[in-house]
Ligand binder design. Structure first.
Ligand code: HEM
Length: 162
């Protein structure tokens, strides 16, 4: 195995696979609340980046739903983190924010989408990853769309699966 690049050592607590502990909770003022399961994989190839894939499923039918993949970078010598993300909905984004200990707090810096992406279009995304003292990982996502101010869309807790 290649050694982890020192540039991303502060993110070593994310590496490996995670599986939702109990179904995540989805919400937004314009949609009925829903439940979902999700698996996360964080890996590296020795570059100063973490590679990730997030795959979400319908909690009962197990049908694949939302998917994201991308890279995480850290600005050398700082606690500034950047996520470079592609989503199956046709959205691409850059999120940036602060890494403090086992917590990553991110805000969208750039959003772009394919011309025929479904409306409403997301205008802003805020995300929080937190490794809890009990070893579980938590993700919270809020978003603003053309019609709604910044509101929580997702909350989920994962346990390590490898
Ligand atoms: C709806 C964005 C992640 C499941 C939506 C809507 C947007 C959106 C803009 C439409 C809201 C409206 O109609 O007013 C996003 C973004 C995500 C994300 C930006 C990631 C950063 C997820 C994940 C799931 C999910 C992980 C898990 C299954 C849904 C469902 C709906 C929805 C079920 C309602 C039905 C639909 O419009 O397809 N999302 N979403 N989303 N999202 Fe997400």
């Amino acid at each position: 195995d290649v050694p982890l690049n020192p540039a991303v050592l502060p993110l070593d607590w994310l590496l490996g696979s995670w599986e939702s502990d109990e179904p995540g909770e989805g919400s937004f003022p314009t949609i009925p609340p829903f439940r979902y399961t999700e698996t996360l994989h964080f890996s590296h190839v020795g570059q100063p980046a973490i590679n990730f894939t997030f795959n979400a499923y319908h909690s009962e039918t197990k049908k694949p739903l939302h998917r994201e993949c991308g890279f995480i970078r850290i600005q050398p010598g700082t606690n500034r983190a950047a996520f470079i993300i592609a989503q199956n909905s046709g959205l691409v984004e850059i999120e940036e924010g602060e890494l403090s200990g086992h917590q990553l707090s991110l805000q969208s810096q750039a959003l772009a989408r394919m011309s025929f992406a479904k409306e409403p279009h997301v205008q802003q995304i805020c995300r929080l990853f937190q490794l809890r003292a009990d070893g579980k990982l938590e993700q919270t996502v809020s978003m603003a769309t053309g019609d709604q101010p910044l509101t929580q869309h997702l909350h989920i807790t994962y346990r390590r699966s490898s």
